[in-house]
Design a protein around this ligand. Structure first.
Ligand code: ZN
Length: 188
């Protein structure tokens, strides 16, 4: 059976974006992240992180540092929610390396599609950068949520939503589920 999937950027979504985070002790969790993961896990979504980590090839921190932070994230989620992310995809390259995985390119989403049998019609992408939305567009991910903390100006297309808090995503889905139910009840 094809799986639904929730793609999440890391910095700015899981944790406050302090710039090249590479020590677990500096990680500040974003408010609402655990509720969000719980909500979609309950609905049997794959939980997939897709993160640009050019700090590795810029030499700001090592691959081992990145793994330590990833391990801490997984361990904390497991401790709080009794599950962990299905996979963490990362791009270590700088923009100059012109790789296929660095967002706004969709290489990491393509890799996830190869790894899991994902039904792209049931996918969401949550990011805080316009490059996240562009990567999601490349793979026709229907729901895109943009936590626009950087106050960028962009023209949104259908299915693209600006949010101010991670809770807004749960409100969006609860509202839609309710309105579907109302429609069904009225039509019966
Ligand atoms: Zn890359």
């Amino acid at each position: 059976m094809n799986k639904s999937a929730l793609f999440l950027d890391r910095d700015g979504i899981f944790n406050e974006d302090i710039g090249y985070l590479h020590r677990a002790e500096n990680l500040i969790w974003k408010e609402g992240i655990f509720e969000l993961l719980h909500f979609f896990k309950q609905r049997d979504y794959l939980l997939l992180m897709v993160t640009n980590q050019s700090g590795i090839h810029r030499g700001y921190f090592s691959f081992a540092d990145f793994c330590d932070v990833s391990f801490y994230i997984q361990k904390t989620i497991k401790h709080k929610l009794q599950f962990h992310l299905d996979k963490i995809y990362f791009c270590p390259h700088t923009p100059e390396e012109d790789c296929l995985c660095r967002k706004p390119k969709g290489g990491m989403i393509a890799e996830a599609q190869r790894d899991f049998n994902i039904n792209i019609e049931n996918t969401l992408f949550i990011g805080d950068r316009w490059s996240d939305i562009l990567a999601a567009r490349e793979y026709n991910i229907p729901y895109k949520f943009w936590l626009n903390i950087h106050k960028e100006q962009q023209i949104l297309q259908q299915g693209e939503h600006i949010i101010t808090h991670l809770h807004d995503i749960l409100s969006f889905f609860n509202k839609n589920i309710c309105s579907n139910k109302d429609m069904f009840d009225n039509g019966a």
